[in-house]
Design a protein around this ligand. Structure first.
Ligand code: ADP
Length: 268
């Protein structure tokens, strides 16, 4: 009886330890898989512009007597690949830094901060021959990390600009309601299918790889936006805009008005 009990006990403990090992290893393995996929994607994204660049430089070498003017198209396209790579590497660095935790550094912020952002968006939209409208409802002061919030809004705004045609209309709403601040960035562009809506916040995801690459899209913007929103414990959602296009909505909690100037002084 003793031997049988010992064997049963031993078998049970093996089963339990196997189960526990699986339970603890699973998230580690999943994180490792994600990391691996990320590195593979990043390498692939860097390899493409490098291959194009190598090709173009080799072509230049084959024409030693050609002038810069003769090859201006070749050179300008090479430059655009270099810009792509620079953008990609700086986005990757941003993401890597963010992975170790975003630090929010709030500053007292008033409507003027958003008005300045709206002004620059209006200029950029008009330069692209499109229409912009901004809607701002914010009284008093809120505590915000200005650099992060600008980065977040600009990712959404840049996409709205990128994914609309010449008839593009873009609107940005910033509305404070109670303890919440809501941002809505809407466009009348090509829209996003319900299937793709589930994937657009994944790193390197682009609906149409070939076309978005032409537009300079790397598929990192929205994952960065999501990280910023999550650092704020907020929510980012995407829906269809009516009658056409896409609308991104961000909701974050904000501190109430700072009425004590001494606090601001302390921060300075
Ligand atoms: P990208 O740098 O490629 O724009 P993002 O992460 O910002 O990367 O966006 C991921 C993909 O989601 C884009 O490639 C595009 O296909 C789609 N997308 C994002 N914003 C919009 C939008 N406003 N309208 C249509 N498609 C969009």
């Amino acid at each position: 009886v003793i031997v049988t009990t010992m064997i049963t006990f031993w078998i049970l403990s093996v089963i339990i330890s196997l189960y526990l090992a699986n339970w603890t290893l699973k998230p580690i393995l999943a994180a490792y898989e994600k990391q691996k996929e990320f590195v593979e994607n990043a390498s692939h994204e860097l390899r493409t512009p490098l291959a194009i660049l190598q090709n173009r430089l080799e072509l230049l070498f084959q024409k030693p007597t050609a002038t810069i003017i003769d090859e201006s198209e070749n050179i300008s396209e090479s430059l655009s690949e270099v810009r792509n790579m620079r953008l990609l590497t700086s986005n990757l660095l941003n993401l890597a830094r963010r992975d170790s935790g975003i630090k929010i550094e709030p500053e007292p912020t008033t409507a003027t901060y958003f008005e300045n952002i709206f002004n620059s968006y209006e200029m950029l939209t008009e330069n692209a021959g499109k229409k912009f409208s901004g809607n701002l409802k914010l009284e008093g002061t809120v505590n915000l990390d200005q650099a992060l919030i600008k980065q977040l809004l600009t990712i959404l705004f840049d996409n709205a600009l990128k994914y609309t045609d010449s008839e593009g209309e873009i609107s940005v709403d910033v509305i404070k309601n109670g303890g919440f601040l809501t941002f809505a960035v809407a466009d009348n562009g090509e829209g996003i299918s319900d299937e793709d809506k589930k994937k657009i916040f994944d790193r390197f995801f682009r609906v149409d790889k070939a076309r978005t690459r032409q537009k300079g899209g790397l598929g990192l913007g929205l994952s960065l936006a999501k990280q910023i929103v999550e650092a704020y414990n907020g929510k980012i959602t995407v829906e269809d805009n009516k009658p056409k296009g896409t609308k991104f909505i961000v909701k974050i909690r904000v501190d109430s008005t700072i009425s004590n100037p001494a606090k601001i002084f302390q921060k300075l």
